[in-house]
Design a protein around this ligand. Structure first.
Ligand SMILES: [Zn+2]
Length: 137
């Protein structure tokens, strides 16, 4: 019996740790980089973040501008906002976006896209197949 346990321990120690973690993998979005310049705030890694979110930049910008209560536009790989904002404020808004428009509420996976059907918007999950009604951005 002892031998069997030892064997099992040895087998387990040879499995890379990643194999156990993979199922609980967290959705990773780069930390926002925001720089205030005069009366404007420059979101420097806008492109990287929307790539990670897998959402159109225009839509994300619209949501973020609305939440910050300002106007924003895209310039190259940056997004610019009128007014001074903190990285923390921006990252809270992005978390909100992810919660509402990226993460599937059924299985909590981020493998979703947004579809429009008969004038209504849905979050469609390719991991579990759920379709969740959402408010348009
Ligand atoms: Zn799902």
């Amino acid at each position: 019996m002892d031998d069997y346990d030892n064997l099992l321990d040895r087998a387990r120690s040879q499995v890379p740790e990643d194999a156990f973690k993979r199922s609980g993998e967290r959705f990773r979005v780069p930390k926002v980089q925001l720089m205030v310049q005069g009366n404007r705030s420059i979101w420097q890694n806008f492109q990287d973040v929307i790539n990670a979110l897998n959402r159109p930049g225009k839509e994300v910008l619209k949501f973020v501008s609305g939440q910050l209560g300002t106007a924003g536009n895209v310039e190259g790989s940056n997004a610019l906002f009128n007014g001074k904002f903190t990285e923390q404020a921006l990252s809270e808004v992005i978390d909100k976006y992810i919660e509402s428009y990226v993460i599937c509420p059924v299985c909590t996976r981020p493998d979703t896209d947004i579809i429009k059907d008969s004038g209504a918007y849905y979050l469609r999950c390719s991991a579990c197949g759920a379709r969740t009604s959402i408010r348009p951005v």
